[in-house]
Ligand binder design. Structure first.
Ligand code: AMP
Length: 196
């Protein structure tokens, strides 16, 4: 099963994606998480990445596309995968669609987390205190939301048109457990009608 999660930073999509991946045993590919792991290398690339990420900007499409295509071709993906935080730009989405077509992969479900930006700001500030992430202060949050609105929203709109019957807008203001139920219901239904 192949699932794509869209949603602004702080919408809870990472939490939900992790829960789903464990529940149905598919790989959770969070580009943010992969990049945060890379920061620990302490090499030239990690210094550059740190600069970009802690300012709330997006890292280069080429680098992200390379990371994702390498992961998608790995054996760990044979059961399926969740893309969380990718694609985030139109260029990434073109790359992904081309890549999927070339490798005979179909996207089964697209979850698009919808939530008020004010709630998101509050959530991210709380998370910055808990997780001590350098990209969670208020100015950086504003940049990240700006990037989401201007770069990623057009991508999710494009996906909602291209994959109409597989696209689901999710109310991300609900409780974690309720959102989880909403997602699982859609996954089960898709399985029943044989789309997956
Ligand atoms: P996230 O944890 O998904 O919010 O990602 C944290 C940061 O990693 C983002 O603010 C970007 O700097 C970077 N990042 C994650 N995914 C991508 C992507 N698909 N394209 C570009 N930058 C990304």
């Amino acid at each position: 099963m192949k699932i794509v999660f869209f949603g602004p930073p702080g919408s809870g999509k990472g939490t939900q994606a992790k829960m789903i991946s464990e529940k149905i045993n598919i790989l959770h590919l969070s580009t943010g998480e992969i990049l945060r792991q890379k920061l620990k290398d302490g090499d030239q690339l990690s210094l550059k990445l740190n600069e970009i990420m802690s300012s709330g900007n997006l890292v280069s499409d080429d680098l992200i596309n390379e990371i994702i295509s390498e992961k998608l071709l790995s054996d760990y993906c044979t059961n399926g995968f969740i893309l969380d935080g990718y694609p985030r730009t139109l260029s990434q989405s073109e790359f992904l669609i081309f890549f999927l077509k070339n490798n005979n992969f179909n996207i089964d479900i697209i979850f698009d987390f919808k939530i008020d930006f004010k709630i998101v700001e509050e959530r991210i500030l709380l998370r910055s205190q808990q997780e001590k992430r350098t990209d969670d202060d208020l100015n950086v949050i504003k940049t990240r939301l700006y990037k989401y609105i201007h770069e990623t929203l057009p991508v999710s709109k494009f996906f909602s048109n291209k994959f109409k019957s597989n696209y689901f807008a999710i109310d991300a203001s609900k409780e974690i457990s309720q959102i989880q139920k909403d997602l699982m219901k859609i996954i089960k239904k898709s399985r029943e009608i044989g789309e997956i």
